[in-house]
Ligand binder design. Structure first.
Ligand code: 13P
Length: 250
């Protein structure tokens, strides 16, 4: 089963109107890689200007509220980011699970809200260092998928991202064997939950992925792309990752 590779950036709480100039070069590289999907999640304030600047590039949000509207000061809904030009949203990122104490149930509700509003979703899971050290990484990831995957999840609108928390922003990555093993476990869990359509669902790897290690990681079985933080902030770092995916896709 051939799954198109997806290279998605996540700017987190970084960027500015001036930084959107990076997207020009990224959009050019994306256009030159028609066999790869390229997407960038930006802070909510940058969605509209990013979409206006590079309409050909899939611009997304980094989070949405589970409700469509209401008394939730400071929050942003899926319909709002959609109106601003977002095509997708990240949900359940480990920084939200950590900093904002979000649970897998929150991720479940937010994924459903995003889908209701016509956004596609990148749903994140991943264990902490302590969980890995305790030999619980597999069970943690399986439980996160179990509790956060919407009942009607489908490859058409949902992508899973495995991001071991201890690999995010640290320069550390799991061994290639460990990445492949966890992606196989995630695939099996998805298959148990949604059947053979799970074979069409993309599973991204995230955590200290750069132009230097992208080719090796993207070549692993069940690794269908990447969710990239630091190396997505500038075109000079992000474009080589797009090119690594392009070189491996037919
Ligand atoms: P880094 O690529 O900076 O490690 O971040 C990964 C990530 O959290 C993407 O969502």
């Amino acid at each position: 089963m051939a799954r198109r590779k997806l290279i998605a950036g996540n700017w987190k709480m970084n960027g500015s109107l001036a930084a959107l100039a990076e997207l020009d070069t990224i959009a050019t590289a994306a256009a030159a890689a028609p066999n790869v999907d390229v997407a960038i999640a930006v802070p909510a304030t940058l969605i509209a200007p990013a979409h206006a600047r590079v309409p050909s590039l899939a611009i997304g949000a980094e989070d949405v509220h589970e409700a469509d509207s209401g008394a939730h000061t400071g929050c942003v809904s899926a319909s709002m980011v959609r109106e601003a030009g977002a095509a997708f949203t990240i949900v359940g990122h480990s920084e939200r699970r950590g900093d904002q104490h979000e649970t897998s149930h929150d991720a479940y509700m937010k994924s459903a809200a995003a889908h209701r509003q016509g956004l596609t979703v990148i749903l994140c899971v991943g264990e902490t260092q302590a969980e890995r050290d305790a030999g619980r990484a597999e069970r943690v990831v399986q439980a996160q998928i179990e509790k956060s995957l919407p009942d009607d999840a489908h490859a058409d609108w949902l992508t899973l991202a495995y991001e071991p928390r201890w690999a995010i922003g640290t320069g550390w990555t799991p061994s290639m064997e460990d990445i492949a093993a966890m992606h196989a476990i995630a695939r099996a869990k998805l298959r148990q939950m949604i059947g053979d359509t799970a074979l069409d669902m993309r599973i991204l790897y995230g955590g200290s992925l750069t132009g230097a290690n992208a080719a090796e990681i993207l070549a692993l079985e069940n690794v269908d792309g990447a969710l990239v933080g630091g190396a997505s902030l500038t075109a000079d770092k992000f474009v080589p990752i797009i090119e690594a995916a392009k070189a491996q896709s037919t």
